[in-house]
Design a protein around this ligand. Structure first.
Ligand code: C5P
Length: 443
């Protein structure tokens, strides 16, 4: 591949030299496009020597070769490492004030950014917003690692290790990510990653060469529970383990589907058990989950929303750890968007894939005036999804356990009608839910 390696002005720029080396060792041609600020950390001579290609930063160099358009056009992949808060902001705005941003505007290939910055910058609402927008445009923005930063401070904002950046960058093109690389344990502690294999790599398997009921179908499953940060170390979250969602992704892959799991804070042990053909997109907040699901919705045939989504998030995220004041604390919360409802509206308005099947989950305990199953049936009709999987979570059932008991409903002429009932391990329940999805598709 022809890869453009964008390098921006942060202390982590030196690690980009290892990214460059690693990409070259895997046989790729790499053109380094640093910003002016990046050259204050690592000079052009280093990039030219390691890449074997010329290095320029301005759109006014190499004008006769129309470099600001050609470099982006010819690229099979653009990797920006490190990506500063400034670069993310300029890219989000669509500025073209240097060769790197001009290249980003002309590139039609996958773009992967590995941000590195101080924790406050990473959690600043402007950066959070810029990252969410870039992800909805299809960028892969790798979560920064957590640890020692430039000064005495520590926290999220470190550039991930070069091997992790390479693995995720190549996975974004679908040409890479050998099973060995995907299951490698080299992700730094405290960091999360977005890992993927391409549609072509994900053939799906069902028995001995026999095509499964979802053969060739693209299925996206959300799992886990979203977390809404209060400050750099605290969040509002929930008790979802992600086991049921991961089991659904595994069942979809066994049924032959090209499957992606959008994993919100799912334990790495749960992710490690997934079949190698399942691509994993790790997210944390509701905004990130929404961005990932919306982006997948343009191509997905089926979206199964098993994640427990926070209905509210703090109106503000403190940039420093909040201190005790000796007084009671009141935290203002704002409502999160209903992602499932948004997906239904987009599908019905023709903004995503026609005929897409949308599956909701309802974990209900019942209320003093209504039993849990009635609440679930009402939710199906309110959300407008095609299937709703109801599980009774009264008395600690379902969360974190290996068993589950569900009823699947679909909207019928006289209200919600039951299409399946399943009781057993989360794997067995998943197979029954996937069978109900396959039946719904052939309706
Ligand atoms: O309204 P409730 O949270 O019970 O709805 C559950 C279903 O809606 C699940 O499928 C969940 O993933 C989805 N959901 C969502 N966005 C929210 C809340 C829930 O997509 N903000």
């Amino acid at each position: 591949m022809r890869i453009v390696l964008g390098v921006t002005g942060g202390i982590a720029a030196y690690k980009a030299a290892h990214v460059l080396r690693g990409l070259r060792e895997r046989g790729h041609a790499v053109r380094v496009v640093p910003t002016e600020a990046a050259l204050r950390f690592v000079g052009a001579a280093t990039w030219e020597a390691l890449s074997g290609e010329p290095v320029t930063t301005s759109v006014f160099e190499g004008v006769e070769r129309v470099e600001h358009v050609r470099i982006g056009h010819e690229a099979d992949l653009v990797v920006v490492a490190p990506a500063t808060a400034d670069l993310l902001a300029r890219a989000r705005m669509g500025l073209a004030d240097d060769l790197l941003t001009a290249t980003l505007l002309t590139a039609t290939c996958p773009v992967v950014a590995a941000p590195a910055m101080h924790t406050e910058m990473w959690f600043n609402p402007a950066t959070v917003d810029n990252v969410a927008v870039l992800r909805t445009r299809g960028w892969t923005v790798i979560e920064p690692a957590s640890g020692r930063l430039t000064g005495a401070d520590t926290g999220p904002g470190r550039l991930p290790e070069p091997d992790d950046i390479i693995r995720e960058a190549l996975a974004a093109t679908g040409r890479s990510a050998s099973p060995a690389e995907r299951t490698s344990d080299s992700t730094p502690a405290g960091s999360s990653s977005r890992t993927g294999v391409s549609a072509e790599d994900r053939t799906g398997a069902h028995g001995e060469g026999e095509p499964g009921p979802l053969h060739g179908v693209e299925v996206v499953v959300s799992a886990g529970g979203t977390r809404e940060p209060l400050d750099p170390v605290r969040f509002l979250g929930n008790r979802s383990s992600g086991k049921q969602g991961a089991a659904l992704a595994a069942a979809a892959a066994h049924a032959g589907a090209r499957t992606t799991l959008v994993a919100a804070n799912v334990d790495s042990g749960v992710l490690a058990e997934l079949p190698g053909t399942v691509a994993v997109d790790e997210v944390s907040t509701t905004a990130e989950l929404e961005a990932a699901c919306t982006s997948h919705a343009s191509t997905a045939d089926v979206l199964i929303m098993a994640a427990a989504v926070a209905d509210y998030r703090p109106a503000e995220t403190a940039t420093h750890k909040m201190k005790k004041s000796g007084d009671d604390l009141t935290i203002a919360l704002v409502e999160n968007p209903d992602i499932l409802r948004g997906l239904v509206e987009a599908r019905d308005a023709g903004r995503s894939r026609t005929g897409q099947i949308l599956v909701g989950f309802a974990a209900e305990t019942g209320s003093p005036d209504k039993p849990a199953d009635v609440l679930a049936q009402e939710k199906l009709l309110r959300k407008g999804c095609d299937l709703l999987v109801f599980n009774d979570v009264s008395g600690d059932r379902a969360f974190g356990t290996d068993d589950n008991s569900v009823i699947v409903y679909r909207p019928g002429p006289g209200g919600a009608e039951e299409v399946a009932r399943s009781d057993g391990s989360k794997a067995d329940v998943s197979n029954d839910v996937i069978a109900a999805v396959a039946a719904e598709r052939s309706r």
